[in-house]
Design a protein around this ligand. Structure first.
Ligand code: ZN
Length: 235
């Protein structure tokens, strides 16, 4: 008897949850359908956010207090008024010139070319680089139809032509688009009297050889560096 009551209870809860989900679905389709779906569509445009995650974000917004949502909307609206590309390197900055370009301790004649401002942040975290940067704000992409014209290189080439740059390190991503962009940059910049480098691509620290994919391992072998050499002296 107790078992029967328990089963009935579970079944009733199940029906209740199902009804709740149906009501929510009905609400989504009938009540706030357009606003909901527009917002999901917009959130889905963020990198790494799929439709499911975007839906969760919208549901989270619905649970937030109205003043919190208004604060968030204000932040989003204001971002372009307060953060803009640095006029020299395209890094995001609250001023016309970013803190890296302004820093008198940086090596002004060395430039590291990256695809996005987030790459600058990643390299800065290493504390191993003291030169300046140039951010392309993208890369050549055959899939997305982004060609050479979309790469804003003019500002960089002006500085090279003025003789202000001695070294350029190409640090685009080691994927298809990044490699294509690097090849184009090598072709364009090798005509100037500068030292041109491509960032080394190799084995990540803290990993084991057997788990590294063959493309990365092959590249690491191709870019091996000498650590000792025995010289023969003939008398
Ligand atoms: Zn800058």
């Amino acid at each position: 008897m107790t078992k029967k009551i328990l089963l009935f209870g579970i079944s009733a809860i199940g029906d209740y949850l199902e009804f709740g989900a149906w009501c929510l679905g009905f609400g989504v389709h009938m009540g706030f359908s357009k606003i909901f779906h527009d917002l999901v569509k917009n959130f889905s445009k963020f990198p790494g956010i799929g439709k499911r995650s975007a839906e969760r974000m919208v549901f989270h917004l619905l649970k937030m207090k109205p003043e919190e949502v208004r604060g968030l909307a204000h932040n989003i609206e204001e971002i372009h008024n307060h953060i803009k590309p640095c006029k020299f390197c395209n890094n995001f900055s609250t001023k016309d010139v970013c803190s890296i370009c302004e820093d008198p301790k940086r090596e002004k004649d060395v430039i590291c070319i990256v695809e996005e401002p987030k790459d600058i942040m990643a390299i800065e975290k290493t504390s191993r680089y003291r030169g300046l940067y140039y951010c392309l704000l993208g890369s050549i992409s055959l899939v997305e139809g982004i060609d050479i014209e979309n790469l804003n290189l003019r500002k960089l080439i002006n500085r090279i032509e003025q003789g202000k740059i001695k070294e350029v390190i190409i640090s685009t991503d080691p994927d298809n688009d990044g490699e294509l962009t690097a090849q184009y940059l090598i072709q364009e910049l090798s005509r100037y009297p500068i030292k041109l480098y491509r960032i080394a691509i190799g084995i990540p620290l803290g990993t084991q050889i057997e788990y590294i994919d063959s493309a990365t391992l092959g590249q690491a072998m191709a870019e091996r560096k000498i650590i000792a050499q025995f010289f023969y002296f003939f008398y």
